[in-house]
Ligand binder design. Structure first.
Ligand code: IMP
Ligand code: MG
Length: 232
């Protein structure tokens, strides 16, 4: 019998539904196995090195099309963009200049934690075409703040590019023009993204085993609390 008809008629036993769901999850996990070296710490891989590379090619084609014939100023937000940026700009053949900003949140863990620039722009972006690059669009506070700052400098045009976005957690009215991957509401690490400044070097994007948060040494407790508060 066609399982769909079976399911729609409401007669499919729960055990079969659960088994089918498990098979699907297993199949997805098999597609993106956690590399052996990281198996102890990572629960799963969301995007593999190959998937990221493929996606970056597509993003860079769209960026080249949109900025064709122009010189770009790329403004990247430190530190999470490092790997993404390095791979993205190697796919771009447009003339470009590169600059960085860094922001930090004070009053961590509170809604009102103010975002302060700890590294300012050095290049002049007035009447320039700007591509603002960030690692992840989460609540949107960072991108919103950086966009407002760059807009004050009167660029000719500004577009935004993020490796990841989590739509579920958005609090600010901000969107990205180029998005690598839309992901569910999970805390992810790797490919530039950190947990307490660790895991930025992973060549893939993954999810830490939840038990691992508790297992980290107590000497890192402050950094961990900071990382989790920033995310909450
Ligand atoms: P915002 O909430 O959109 O302002 O994102 C602020 C910053 O939080 C990002 O630039 C990341 O550095 C960090 N962040 C948000 N979600 C994650 C995550 O899942 N893993 C690691 N860092 C994250
Ligand atoms: Mg971070």
């Amino acid at each position: 019998m066609n399982p769909r008809i079976f399911f729609e008629s409401g007669q499919m036993p729960a055990i079969i539904v659960v088994t089918m769901a498990r098979c699907l999850v297993t199949k997805i996990d098999r597609c993106n196995p956690v590399p052996r070296h990281w198996r102890n710490e990572m629960e799963k891989v969301l995007s593999t090195e190959r998937q990221i590379a493929r996606r970056i090619k597509t993003l860079s084609s769209a960026i080249e099309r949109d900025f064709s014939g122009r010189e770009l100023v790329i403004v990247a937000v430190l530190n999470g963009t490092i790997l993404f940026l390095a791979d993205l700009i190697r796919c771009l053949s447009l003339p470009l200049r590169l600059d960085f900003v860094a922001v930090s949140s004070y009053g961590l863990g509170t809604e009102s934690g103010e975002l302060v620039f700890t590294k300012e722009l050095r290049l002049d972006v007035r009447r320039r075409d700007v591509l603002l690059v960030d690692d992840i669009l989460d609540t949107g506070r960072t991108l919103h703040r950086v966009l407002a700052k760059v807009r004050q400098l009167k660029p000719r045009r500004i577009k935004t590019c993020v490796l990841l976005e989590k739509a579920a957690r958005r609090t600010e009215k901000v969107r990205a023009d180029y998005v690598g991957f839309s992901i569910p509401d999970l805390f992810v690490v790797g490919y530039g993204l950190d947990f307490a400044e660790r895991y930025r070097n992973l060549p893939f994007i993954g999810v830490l085993h939840s038990r691992f948060y508790a297992e980290l040494s107590s000497s890192a407790a402050d950094e961990i609390a900071t990382a989790l508060n920033r995310w909450k």
